[in-house]
Design a protein around this ligand. Structure first.
Ligand code: ZN
Ligand code: ZN
Length: 255
């Protein structure tokens, strides 16, 4: 199994997870043509995709899904709540998932799990190719025991490090937005995600990717340092999924 990011941040999120010839797109917050360009940067065409999975209906995750799916005839998986709120074109092949039950897309087993976030029925995903597990977590206001249980057995993690609590407090956002971002249905701070990582530990991890960093309320160095301290690893080992450049392919393999 391998994975890569087309980009990550409040202006658009998308990742691709591959097992053999099965390629699944996770979210598409970029316009369809931009997503096609970013897929090509990773050596893929949109027509190569087996499916698109959508975590929730916020524009930075779903913005390009309808157009991309229509253009290439792609199946789109999302919860009932996300479909109700997500405004897909009626011609899109939407397949409803329940947010708890595993599903199989060709060579990938996909395990959805619900998260606390201010969307209708948000979920995140663990991907399993029969050997390795990749856990993805973004857009969650707090860590639940179930999130921890889903991510603890993973061999690679891509985790939201949205904001530094002090930078958010002192930053330019209006008070209502500060309350939303920092609240229990908002986004994970460096401190919250670092605590999750400290709880899970680094023993199994082949890759750790920090994602969905705020450009106003965080810095890559602060996020990397928080994660590295929590896991007692070198900050340089901690990887970042960038808004503009994403993250090139990362392979899960025998060590
Ligand atoms: Zn988001
Ligand atoms: Zn969101």
């Amino acid at each position: 199994m391998r994975f890569a990011y087309l980009g990550s941040g409040s202006r658009g999120n998308a990742a691709v997870i591959s097992a053999g010839a099965t390629h699944v797109l996770l979210d598409c917050g970029f316009p369809a043509s931009e997503a096609e360009r970013r897929l090509q940067r990773l050596g893929l065409e949109a027509a190569d995709l087996a499916a698109v999975l959508v975590t929730h209906e916020h524009g930075d995750h779903i913005g390009g899904v309808s157009a991309l799916a229509r253009r290439h005839g792609l199946a789109v998986y999302m919860t009932l709540g996300t479909r109700a709120a997500g405004k897909m074109h009626p011609a899109v092949d939407v397949r409803v998932i329940d947010g708890h039950s595993p599903l199989t897309i060709d060579a990938l087993e996909v395990l959805p799990y619900p998260v606390p976030h201010d969307a209708r029925q948000p979920c995140q995903f663990v991907f399993h190719d029969g050997q390795w597990r990749l856990g993805v977590l973004s857009d969650a206001g707090c860590i639940t025991p179930h999130i921890r249980d889903m991510l603890a057995p993973c061999d690679a993690l891509a985790i939201e490090f949205n904001h530094d609590v002090d930078m958010l407090a002192r930053g330019p956002y209006p008070p209502s937005l500060k309350t939303r971002v920092g609240g229990r249905l908002g986004h994970l701070s460096n401190c919250q995600s670092a605590a999750l990582l400290a709880d899970i530990g680094a023993e199994r991890l082949q890759h750790l990717v920090l994602a969905h960093l705020s450009e106003q309320n965080n810095s890559p160095a602060l996020a990397q340092q928080a994660a590295a301290t929590a896991l007692a690893v070198d900050p340089d080992w901690v990887q970042l999924a960038d808004q503009a450049d994403g993250l090139d392919w990362r392979q899960l393999a025998m060590r």
